[in-house]
Every structure is written in structure tokens, then in C-alpha cells.
Design a protein around this ligand. Sequence first.
Ligand code: HEC
Length: 112
Amino acid sequence: MKKTLATAAGIVLIALSGSAFADEQLEIGQKIYERAFGRGCGTCHDIASNPQLPANIKAGTLTRASFEKILKEGKGGMPVAIAEIMKNKAVEKAGYGEDQAVDALFAYISSK
Ligand code: HEC
């Protein structure tokens, strides 16, 4: 019985830390989205004539790999963004590397 309780408590703890991680990731993704280039990605991307990122992710036309490539290389009117992302205060504070920061931003945009 005691063992069962301990196991149950362990499972609850693991579940809680998993969701705390997901919350932190989305929060950091949101901060990048709102603050990159001082005005956020949305100044351009929340305008209908520019690519609609959440819709493109949902449609499967914008993958995690192409997302990362565009952030690192830019494309037409899209500026190179990786340096901006890495100097975001929330990213620095969390000690995220490039992969983690791009994951967080991708997760946030996917959740929009
Ligand atoms: C100055 C305006 C501007 C800002 C700021 C901007 N973008 Fe863009 N972005 C564009 C434009 C314009 C395109 C379309 C480029 C093309 O296809 O020639 C684009 C394209 C993209 C694409 C490719 C979309 C697709 O489905 O092909 C991604 C991904 C993207 N931007 C992500 C971001 C993210 C993330 C940020 C914030 C870190 C950001 N952009 C900030 C203007 C901007």
C-alpha cells in the first residue's frame, strides 16, 4: 500500500514537472514572438498579406526544419532572426541554446 502511494505521488510529480516545462516553454516562445526586433514577429506576421505562421504550421506547409532554416537564413522580406532570438532576455535567463529557443518559439506559434 505504501509503495503504491509513493508510486502514485511519483507519477503526479512527473506529470507536474512535465506541464511546468511546457508552460515555461510556451511563455518563452511568446516573449520571443512579442519582442524580437523590438516590435515582435507579429508586426509583420499578424498582417494578412504576410505568411500566416500558425495556419501554415497546421496545414503542414511550414515544418520545424523549414522554420529553423528561415530564422537562420532569412527569406525575401523576412530578416535573419536567430541572433535576435538568442539575445531575448527570457532565452538568456533560461539558458536555452538555439535548438531549445527555436523549439519554444515553434511551440508557441503552433499553440496560437
Ligand atoms: C519586417 C517584417 C518581418 C518580421 C519582423 C518577421 N518576419 Fe517572418 N516573414 C516576413 C515576410 C515578408 C515573409 C515572407 C518572405 C518570402 O516568402 O519571401 C516572412 C516569412 C517567414 C517565415 C516563412 C513562412 C512560410 O510559411 O513560408 C517564417 C517561418 C517566419 N517569417 C518567421 C518569423 C518569426 C518567427 C519572426 C520573429 C522572430 C519573424 N518572422 C519576423 C516578414 C517578417
